[in-house]
Design a protein around this ligand. Structure first.
Ligand SMILES: C[S@@+](CC[C@H](N)C(=O)[O-])C[C@H]1O[C@@H](n2cnc3c(N)ncnc32)[C@H](O)[C@@H]1O
Length: 347
């Protein structure tokens, strides 16, 4: 148990809690988390269905979380914040809110900008319609800013965990460096030595992350359809948190998402062998996020799971590898209610 409160569900590696993160954060011990990675509700013009703050209040609202996040982060920890761009309401002028958030996090709360990242989502739809589609005076905005912040100058990080495949040109060079490459000084003054031609298992990735947000047939979405609910409207692709989890943590470390939504972060952490904690104020979103961790289930099993998740006061334990699912502290009752209905329910 990460905090003294009943989790909505738990898996082998993590726990998901319903509540306001401002409150839940106070329940976590100081310096207990290696990585906070999150994507808050954005300061968009249109009100999103998951609740949005007006742009003017947004920066102040978001900064309430800065001090509590800093408190729970280890000295070597990182805070990764994904912020989508926005226009000023009614004008073809960009809001500076994401830059204001960054400046204030560093100037007022003492975070360091370890590096700025940009997440390019080629699949993003053009918007706002008025400026981009109708009047055609702005281009498609398909890049989010992702601020990688830290408490100290040297947060835990290892680029070797996120190397990307070499380009074809580089592969040729590595195969026969004598033929393709001669060490020399570049016009920039950089001395490119023969070490350049040594194979490090992959290339260092840039701070531009190109990841399409096109999930359409995941288990999460299929299970949402099966129980007749909509998937979370603002999910990020699993590859985004997965990149930072691999880069900034080690197996067994603790990853926290304070605006968990459909708990993409938890799933990425579980797959990478990291512990995870998810905070989300909307119980429906968090209940559905459990779909990410379940084994194959029939429609009836899933419907039963869904109604249990919504109504139960007990923590649901999902032990994927053992194909078991039990309601903790209420195992006998649960078994009785489900007698003969589901394989793999342990008592
Ligand atoms: C942009 S969504 C996060 C989506 C998530 N990254 C995913 O992949 O599903 C932001 C979430 O923050 C939640 N939220 C907003 N204010 C909150 C608060 N004070 N405490 C906890 N969750 C909150 C919203 O309900 C919403 O689900």
């Amino acid at each position: 148990m990460f905090i003294p409160q009943k989790a909505l569900y738990k898996t082998q590696m993590g726990e998901a809690y319903v509540g306001d993160s401002l409150d839940l954060l106070t329940k976590l011990p100081a310096e207990s988390v290696d990585l906070v990675i999150t994507s808050p509700p954005f300061a968009l013009q249109r009100e999103k269905e998951y609740g949005n703050k007006k742009q003017d209040d947004y920066v102040d609202w978001l900064l309430q979380f800065a001090e509590p996040i800093k408190r729970v982060l280890k000295q070597t920890g990182s805070f990764v914040l994904d912020l989508g761009g926005a226009y000023v309401s009614g004008r073809p002028v960009r809001s500076l809110y994401n830059y204001r958030v960054l400046l204030r996090l560093c100037d007022e709360y003492g975070f360091h900008l370890a590096e700025e990242f940009f997440w390019h989502n080629p699949a993003k739809l053009p918007s706002p319609i008025e400026w981009v589609n109708k009047r055609k005076i702005r281009v498609k905005d398909s890049v989010n800013t992702v601020w990688w912040l830290s408490k100290t100058d040297f947060p835990k990080a290892d680029v070797r965990n996120v190397l990307v495949p070499y380009s074809e040109r580089m592969k040729k060079l590595l195969e026969d460096s004598e033929r393709f490459y001669h060490p020399k000084k570049r016009p920039s003054g950089h001395d490119i030595s023969s070490k350049f031609a040594s194979n490090n298992g992959g290339a260092i990735p840039p701070n531009l992350l190109q990841i399409s947000n096109t999930e359409s047939n995941s288990q999460y979405l299929r299970y949402c359809v099966s129980v007749d609910i909509k998937g979370h409207p603002a999910r990020f692709p699993e590859k985004l948190p997965a990149f930072f989890i691999q880069f900034l943590t080690e197996p067994g470390d603790v990853v926290l998402d304070i605006f968990a939504g459909s708990n993409t972060t938890g799933a990425a952490a579980e797959n990478a062998g990291r512990h995870w904690i998810a905070f989300e104020k909307d119980k429906n979103y968090l209940s559905a996020s459990a779909f990410r961790f379940l084994d194959e289930m029939s429609h009836d099993e899933l419907t039963k799971f869904w109604s249990d998740a919504l109504s139960s006061e007990q923590t649901i334990e999902i032990l994927k590898r053992q194909k078991e699912m039990v309601l903790m502290e209420d195992k006998v009752n649960y078994n009785a209610r489900n007698k003969g209905r589901r394989k793999g329910v342990s008592v």
